[in-house]
Design a protein around this ligand. Structure first.
Ligand SMILES: [Fe+2]
Length: 262
């Protein structure tokens, strides 16, 4: 079966790319399940219930989040009963929502989706290492097909997690940096990995922000209101092929599709 993971969808350009491309991609690539990271879809930071519904309507079966989960606080109530929209499992256990979801793919296979937050710069309530094993066990009691979104800054944390979970999950896919890495691989135990799947949004930018504004803040150290850029829009992500019975991955390829089409 084939699972498409769509990297961090940034602002309106990212949403336009998803709405313009995903339906066609799903058909053309015979995608059984699509997961999108949506934590930057509301003007570059956070997500609202309305925008989550739009990503789901555009063809995402599940949405993962990250360090900006609570930036639009209206998402908090929505997460109580949105079983397909998950936030990192290692945010505070007293906060709304969950970090593990079970979603049915088009081929009838149940897929577990797990969202974790790395430690460097991101200040999770708890280290992902404290709870990952129990969550993977819980996932595997229901299905062998388990996809992990590790939302993290450090390449080392993401690679270490992929190694730790090798043979126990289908794929460990990194998000957050908005820069697609060139290390798509199948590990010895059958777990696919990619350190960062990239950004679905405007690449003529500084990781999605208008370059002039980001540079100005860095040069002067003064507060600058960020705006989402508009040029060089691409849908980026990863396409994982796996065996639905064993849960092992057989292929992973990075995805990069320009929007609008060239
Ligand atoms: Fe992030």
């Amino acid at each position: 079966m084939r699972i498409l993971f769509v990297g961090d969808v940034v602002g309106r350009p990212g949403r336009d790319a998803v709405e313009g491309l995903l339906g066609h991609l799903r058909e053309e690539q015979e995608i059984d399940l699509c997961i999108a990271n949506g934590e930057n879809v509301a003007d570059g930071v956070g997500i609202t219930p309305r925008l989550a519904e739009r990503l789901l309507a555009a063809g995402a079966d599940a949405i993962t989040l990250g360090n900006h989960t609570w930036r639009r606080i209206e998402i908090a109530g929505y997460l109580h009963d949105a079983p397909r929209v998950i936030r990192p499992a290692n945010l505070s256990a007293t906060a709304p929502g969950r970090g593990l979801a079970f979603v049915e793919a088009r081929n009838g296979t149940t897929v577990a989706v797990l969202n974790l937050l790395g430690s460097l710069f991101l200040e999770p309530a708890q280290s992902m290492w404290e709870l990952v094993d129990a969550l993977v066990e819980e996932a595997r009691r229901a299905t062998p097909v388990v996809i992990v979104d590790v939302h993290a800054e450090a390449t080392s944390e993401k690679i270490a997690l992929a190694r730790w979970l090798d043979g126990r999950v289908t794929a460990v896919l990194g998000t957050h940096t908005h820069v697609q890495t060139a290390d798509a691989r199948i590990q010895p135990g059958g777990t696919a990995a990619l350190t960062d799947v990239g950004m679905t949004g405007p690449h003529d930018s500084v990781i999605g922000v208008e370059a002039d504004l980001a540079i100005s803040r860095m040069r002067t150290g003064m507060p600058v209101r960020f705006e989402t850029a508009s040029g060089g829009v691409r849908l980026e992500g990863a396409l994982v092929t796996c065996d639905p019975v064993s849960g092992h991955a057989t292929a992973i390829e990075p995805v990069r599709v320009p929007w609008p089409p060239l």
